[in-house]
Design a protein around this ligand. Sequence first.
Ligand code: PMP
Length: 329
Amino acid sequence: MRIAASITELIGNTPLVELHSLPREGGARVVAKVEYLNPGGSVKDRIAERILDAAEAAGQLHPGGTIVEPTSGNTGVGLALAAQHRGYRCIFVVPDKVGDEKIRVLRAYGAEVVINPAAVATDDPRSYNSVAARLVAETPGAFMPNQFDNANGPAAHYDTTGPEIWRDTEGTVTHVVIGVGTGGTVTGTGRYLHDVSNGAVEVVGVEPVGSIYGGGEAHPYLVEGVGEDFFPPTYDSQVPDRIVKVTDADAFATTRCLAAEEGLLVGGSSGMAAAAALELAATLSPDDLVVVILPDGGRGYLNKIFDDNWMHASGFDTTHDTATNTDRA
Ligand code: PMP
């Protein structure tokens, strides 16, 4: 019989699927690793399990303990899922700019959510980092995973995401394209693929224009879950062979194409990574194989990227939606 003992056993081993409509003729094949098929709907399920395993082994988390993390998104879902079946309480501190739907998702999984003003400085006692730190200090048995400074994030990808890509491509992958947020995915996956291929696999990190990993000035952008204005410890700048920047406009146009032409309803960071992967593939040969990671699904973005009014109000064109590649021509 094939019956999982718990939903968390089903994390990882996500499939690769060929992108057939978007890649240009003559370029490399592009295949997507579909991380929204994880039980919590994102790549972050992988790190949550690993972080809790390590915290338990290190004696930082005991039965009846509480997990406190400033997070509004996918990491919160992953942690809530992992915490639920282990019997921990979860408290997430989120800024008030976060949409109601995301908060309801966290509460649905049984987490408590504390909402804080977004428009205060990071060192303000009302900021979400400050409130999370105070809750950890006040709550007996509290543990803060700290996803930007937890080596188990990259380690989870070194042990799972990287080996899956190598196994499922039977060692024929030549390029891997990965969006950079905390940097855990690119650092762990990229390090594994470098190690296993003796440096033959090229690792491409992707960030929004306005993020500083590849240099340049920090400024606001709309794509969510990727890009930073500082270098977190979870990111090893030695791993990516290069960093590519993608505009919000390209990221969102590609996100919409992935849904409309490839049947992949994914989030904006997936469109961002796919835009970079397609551009790269066009410069390569049919013997090359590009793997791009799609970190989460698109249902959390229906009121934004998939809403024409929002797109137009945000200054984005939607007229090229179905004309393959015209926006990149
Ligand atoms: N895309 C989305 C939607 C995410 O939530 C994240 C995680 N912040 C990433 C991409 C980037 O992953 P990482 O933090 O491992 O760099």
